[in-house]
Design a protein around this ligand. Structure first.
Ligand SMILES: Nc1ncnc2c1ncn2[C@@H]1O[C@H](COP(=O)(O)OP(=O)(O)O)[C@@H](O)[C@H]1O
Ligand SMILES: [Mg+2]
Length: 314
């Protein structure tokens, strides 16, 4: 997938939120891409744009999203409906709001399958649901239960199963473990890694938790203020962050190995995207800000196999 010059706006009463601002981005088939950054940086908006699921008044105002060469931005609604679920699936933070409390788990699977696969019998659909539960490490008996009867971790597994039942090749997971406790979170990430291999998935893992991406991601994209700050191999980013924002993010995570006496925190907070700073959006918080950073927005440049938007790197 290639994203070119994508901008997404939310026109609201006090002005326009520039949630995604001229983003260029590329995903490789079969990779796990971690998408990280503080809250309010535009991560979810970027994820939702890919499925054209922006909440009103969100609007894609410019750019292309090329999926296997076809532009999602300009696709007719009918083709978008085909794409959702069948080719691209998305899972969210809170599975309880996505599962219908009145439906048993098997009904969720059966309805999804029958809606997309013409000619499938209910019996075959049930069988497929059973197989999916097995591959999620859940007893197929749970199919006859209702969402509220399951634990949070199990509900999130069910959600991912529903996301994968139609055989998509891209999975967008938006903060999928935020509602889970740490043990269940670790198990869920293991499962995700396992499913990724088994189904040859490309995954976008959106998270504000750098520990999650360290465990799972092949590459990492760091987003700040609606723009991409840095893209690189996960190992490279953790070992040698180049963008001052990435450096700040990494310095603020607890590291038991380093035995740090005190956590460094980045001063300030992410920008107001209705009235973002001139030039580089990060300059008001950047310890290295120069004159040019206040006036001109840096573009993405290649440096040491990394993409980076920062005037320190030209
Ligand atoms: N439905 C909406 N209406 C207005 N503004 C929104 C809406 N959704 C998101 N935004 C704004 O868009 C910006 C990016 O939000 P979001 O994509 O949710 O960031 P993240 O996922 O990184 O936390 C924020 O300033 C947020 O307030
Ligand atoms: Mg979000």
């Amino acid at each position: 997938m290639e994203i070119e010059h994508l901008s997404v706006h939310f026109p609201i009463n006090i002005g326009t939120v520039r949630a995604v601002d001229d983003v260029n981005w590329e995903l490789r088939q079969g990779e796990v891409m971690g998408l990280v950054g503080e809250s309010g940086c535009g991560k979810s908006t970027l994820g939702f744009s890919i499925l054209r699921l922006l909440r009103p008044p969100g609007k894609i105002v410019q750019g292309r999203i090329l999926y296997k060469g076809r532009d999602i931005v300009r696709m007719p609604e009918r083709e978008i409906l085909e794409l959702r679920g069948k080719r691209i699936a998305m899972i969210f933070q809170d599975p309880l709001t996505s599962l219908n409390p009145l439906f048993r788990i098997d009904q969720h699977f059966i309805e999804t399958l029958l809606a997309h696969e013409k000619g499938l019998t209910r019996k075959d659909a049930y069988r497929r649901a059973e197989e999916m539960l097995e591959s999620l490490g859940i007893s197929p008996e749970k199919l006859t239960e209702y969402p509220h009867q399951l634990s949070g971790g199990m509900r999130q597994r069910i959600m991912i199963g529903l996301g994968l039942i139609l055989g998509p090749d891209l999975l967008i997971a938006d903060e999928p473990t935020t509602a889970l406790d740490v043990i269940v979170e670790a198990q869920f990430l293991d499962l995700l890694a396992d499913l990724q291999k088994r189904y040859h998935l490309t995954i976008i893992l959106i998270t504000h938790n750098l520990g999650n991406v360290a465990q799972l991601a092949d590459r990492i994209t760091v987003m700040y203020g609606g723009s991409i700050a840095e893209v690189g191999e996960a190992g490279d980013i953790f070992e040698n962050p180049l963008h001052p924002y990435t450096q700040g993010l990494l310095a603020s995570i607890p590291n038991i190995k380093l035995d740090q006496p005190k956590l460094k925190t980045m001063p300030g907070s992410p920008p107001d995207l209705v009235d973002p700073p001139q030039g580089c959006v990060f300059h008001p918080r950047c310890p290295h800000a120069m004159e040019v950073c206040r006036v001109k927005k840096p573009g993405l440049v290649k440096r040491n196999g990394r993409l980076i938007s920062c005037w320190l790197y030209g």
